[in-house]
Design a protein around this ligand. Structure first.
Ligand SMILES: Nc1ncnc2c1ncn2[C@@H]1O[C@H](COP(=O)(O)OP(=O)(O)OP(=O)(O)O)[C@@H](O)[C@H]1O
Length: 275
């Protein structure tokens, strides 16, 4: 069956990302794969709203990356569906999914001789014809993406000679150049200094609002996320809750997910403190 050509202009935005009855984890290992699957999170029902940043929060090892990678189709879900609007994302062939959903991971890769500009251009791949060159619409998408993360000065530089934070900007520009209907980022602030973290969350908020897409971000930085005032999916205390982050910060949900014998969430100060 011929795969229709996809262009940024054809793709609808304004659709929520919806996770229905989703169970994630790792398939059974052992001899012949006979051991039962290791379930990390079970029966999740969550929505990341178009136009908003949703921060995926929870303590180390709770399953944030596993869930993000499963939603992105990078590892199989153990059950359930992931939809962008009415489109069942996990049923799509990878190239069609890539035209709708952009993913930025923290995994290191060997960039070889690739320059910043080469990497951002890769974002147009799902929209291009085989052997086709860049069209004006591709150039425009690339320029807009580069401007959004202020990465123009990095375009000629080889990735191998960039700092972690600079490389992160280029990878986000590549994802934006895809003109996706949803944007997923695993720990995008991990390598950034404090001002750059705050700025990045603000940029993502602007992109979500301007393009009317859901932006789903894993983070360890609860205090920063609360300041940025987005939505959250919060894993911890034996459940997963969702809602505007400031409400979860005030109603005890963050405390239930993160408090330890030594540290507690201070809802008034919106920060953690030693007991
Ligand atoms: N490849 C794998 N095979 C089996 N189990 C795995 C695999 N990768 C991760 N896990 C397990 O899945 C669980 C969730 O891991 P995950 O990396 O999703 O957590 P996380 O919330 O992103 O953690 P962190 O905050 O430390 O980055 C952990 O118990 C982990 O040991």
């Amino acid at each position: 069956m011929a795969v229709p050509e996809l262009t940024g202009e054809d793709l609808a935005t304004g659709a929520d990302l919806t996770v229905t009855d989703v169970t994630v984890g790792y398939p059974g290992s052992g001899l012949g794969g006979r051991r039962s699957p290791a379930v990390v999170l079970r029966d999740l029902n969550l929505t990341a709203r178009a136009g908003r940043v949703t921060v995926l929060l929870g303590a180390n090892g709770c399953g944030k990356s596993t869930l993000l990678r499963s939603i992105a189709g990078l590892q199989p879900v153990l059950g359930g569906t992931v939809r962008l609007g009415v489109q069942d994302l996990l049923a799509l062939p990878p190239r069609e999914r890539a035209a709708r959903l952009a993913v930025v991971l923290t995994d290191r890769f060997d960039p070889g001789l690739l320059r910043g500009a080469d990497v951002v251009e890769l974002g147009r791949y799902p929209h291009r014809r085989p052997a086709g060159g860049l069209r004006p619409a591709d150039r425009e998408a690339i320029d807009t993406a580069v401007a959004a993360v202020r990465a123009a000065h990095l375009l000629e530089r080889p990735l191998a000679r960039m700092s972690d934070g600079q490389r992160q900007r280029i990878l986000i520009a590549r994802a934006l150049a895809q003109q996706p209907g949803a944007l997923l980022l695993d720990e995008p602030t991990a390598f950034l200094d404090a001002p750059a973290r705050l700025e990045l969350l603000a940029v993502l908020g602007r992109i979500a609002a301007q393009r009317s897409i859901p932006v789903l971000v894993t983070s360890h930085d609860v205090e920063l996320a609360v300041r940025a005032d987005g939505d959250a999916w919060l894993i911890g205390g034996g459940r997963t809750v969702s809602g505007p982050l400031r409400e979860l910060a005030a109603d005890g949900s963050i405390a239930a997910a993160f408090d330890t014998p030594a540290v507690e969430w201070d809802a008034d100060g919106a920060r953690f403190r030693l007991r």
